[in-house]
Design a protein around this ligand. Structure first.
Ligand code: ZN
Ligand code: ZN
Length: 580
């Protein structure tokens, strides 16, 4: 080898060594582009600004009219071309992920305005409830200041619902009915919580009565929207008739691609779900048959496998906390989970960001039984809450059914999912990435997928030990996510009827009737979202298995978790590129 060839090889080698992806620093030019993007984004999306804890746009409310939509569309298209043409070579890993997320987000928004057009067919898109509640609840400012902003915002509620009426075209019946229910809820909120806060404030009496009067005008605008929607129900022709709530496979595939950003097609995920269903059902049978003598003594198990599982599940479900002790039981379990994670060296926990268990605040009630509320990018220092809805509003019968579902075993899985090492742990890691992009436009498949992955991983690491009840209940829980995926796919691809859907859930996945009814309703309202749990889980699990195979004995579970979480709420597809 001649000296010059050797030298140039050496130079090439050094050059490659210097520009390993991890060494590239943030490109200040790109940071300028994203800063400018957000400066223009917030005024066009004041509700999102409030939701993220930014208080500069609290007085505003964007009207759902043509002007807003066309301004946004122009902005999205310009932003998309800026991000697409920005040369990727001089971007750091963080910036590459941000760039690709922004491109996806802009494409999704353009598609939604130009083709999906849910602002036309989903009248429940138009609801000021969240926008009002963000101002009242999301900010740490004094109540009087928040109410002053709210007062301005309330003036826009009437034009908001006028624009909403004009937007509705060829809606679905189920979304129209849902919009009526939601708007009724808004009126209750205005008359209840909002009015209470006004009275509680130290504002001068004059300002209080101005506010109360504006609340009255807003409530009557909401009542007007309900009247309009009832008119649509009795005479759909005046808005172009009703459309089917099912979307066509092509539209489904597009939404799936934008929302989940995983590397499988809807068909591939559907096939994986069908296989998983079979596997889980036979595992449930094995656990149930092993438990049978414990609960039924000498009695011979039924011939029918389905019966074996349901009769054992019924016994297991009876082991539940008392209604008044539900929240205490959750609090009690968290230290045990923490200890297990430490002992088994699964992921480092940050003690400086404690999780506070509390009753779900009124403005969030009705969404979910339990949820984790983490601070946003502009209020990182705020506390992280584990919101648990108390059972005080339920009848004795409803409470009993709820407690049977969230029995002593299911509660442990729920705690893993919501808190340790599920949503809570992930949010702590996500807040460490300094990417505004990823905290504003997070990826849902990553968030839910991680929580579902956390359950599986804890079980694999021996959390249940030989506790067959816990295994049985875990399989049932996972079967629910799997069934959600099948349900969502078959509704939009195979014209699945309600009757078959109910059978799929109640027989196929051992669900209670009330749960299945609720799920059917949710599936009609939201497309693709139900596939994000199993979709995200599968993508994460497959990535881990692949890395395990590649690295062999060098694979460390803790290191995998921490590296994975360090990317924040990025699309799994992107994380995969950098981890493999
Ligand atoms: Zn009971
Ligand atoms: Zn979740």
């Amino acid at each position: 080898m001649s000296r010059s060839v050797f030298m140039s090889l050496l130079v090439a080698f050094l050059f490659l060594g210097c520009t390993s992806l991890k060494d590239i620093e943030d490109n200040p030019e790109f940071s300028k582009v994203t800063d400018k993007f957000f400066q223009e984004f917030w005024p066009l999306h004041p509700e999102m600004a409030s939701a993220k804890g930014l208080t500069d746009y609290e007085k505003e409310l964007s009207l759902p009219n043509e002007e807003t939509r066309s301004k946004r569309l122009t902005f999205y298209k310009e932003a998309l071309s800026k991000f697409e043409t920005f040369p990727i070579e001089d971007l750091s890993i963080d910036q590459r992920i941000d760039r690709s997320m922004l491109i996806n987000e802009m494409k999704k928004r353009i598609w939604s305005l130009e083709e999906y057009k849910d602002f036309q067919w989903d009248p429940s898109e138009h609801n000021v409830g969240m926008a009002l509640s963000y101002v009242l609840n999301k900010s740490a400012r004094p109540l009087e200041e928040r109410l002053k902003d709210l007062s301005e915002k309330l003036l826009l509620v009437k034009p908001f619902y006028q624009a909403a009426e004009e937007s509705v075209n060829n809606p679905t019946k189920v979304h129209t009915e849902h919009a009526i229910d939601q708007t009724k809820g808004l009126i209750r909120y205005l008359k209840g919580d909002v009015t209470k806060q006004i009275k509680k404030s130290k504002l001068p009496r004059r300002d209080q009565s101005t506010l109360e009067q504006r609340v009255g005008v807003a409530a009557s605008a909401a009542r007007g929207y309900i009247r309009f929607l009832r008119g649509v129900l009795s005479n759909p022709k005046k808005v172009g008739g009703f459309r089917d709530f099912r979307i066509d496979p092509e539209t489904y595939a597009k939404k799936f691609e934008y929302d989940l950003q995983i590397s499988f097609t809807p068909e591939e995920l559907y096939k994986k779900a069908l296989d998983a269903k079979q596997d889980l059902r036979s595992k449930m049978f094995e656990s149930a048959i092993a438990l049978y003598p414990k609960y039924f003594g000498e009695k011979l198990p039924p011939k029918d496998r389905q019966n074996v599982v349901t009769s054992v599940l019924a016994k297991v479900s009876k082991q539940h906390p008392k209604r008044g002790e539900f929240i205490d039981k959750i609090k009690e379990q968290l230290p045990e989970l923490k200890a297990f994670i430490k002992k088994h060296n699964l992921v480092s926990l940050d003690e400086s960001q404690p999780l506070k268990v509390r009753e779900t605040p009124p403005y969030l009630k009705g969404y979910a039984g339990a949820s984790v509320e983490a601070p946003g990018p502009f209020n990182k220092k705020d506390e992280t809450y584990y919101n648990v809805t108390p059972l005080d509003r339920m009848t004795a019968k409803q409470a009993e059914s709820y407690l049977r579902e969230y029995n002593n075993y299911m509660l442990q899985i729920l705690n893993i999912h919501e808190a340790l090492p599920g949503h809570y742990v992930q949010s702590v890691y996500a807040n460490k990435t300094n990417s505004l992009v990823r905290s504003v436009f997070y990826n849902g498949a990553l968030v839910e997928g991680w929580a579902v992955y956390a359950e599986r991983m804890m079980m694999e690491q021996g959390y249940a030990e030989k506790n067959q009840e816990l295994w049985l209940v875990y399989y049932k829980w996972l079967l629910r996510s799997v069934t959600n995926t099948i349900l969502d796919y078959e509704i939009h691809h195979k014209n699945l009827s309600k009757e078959d859907a109910m059978k799929m859930m109640m027989v196929g996945a051992y669900q209670e009737k009330s749960e299945a009814e609720g799920k059917w309703h949710r599936a009609k309202l939201k497309q693709v979202q139900l596939a994000s749990y199993f979709g995200g889980f599968t993508a994460i699990y497959e990535l881990r298995e692949k890395l395990k195979k590649e690295k062999e004995e060098d694979f460390k579970l803790k290191q995998f978790h921490e590296e994975f979480l360090s990317y924040g709420r990025a699309p799994i597809q992107e994380i995969k590129q950098f981890m493999l």
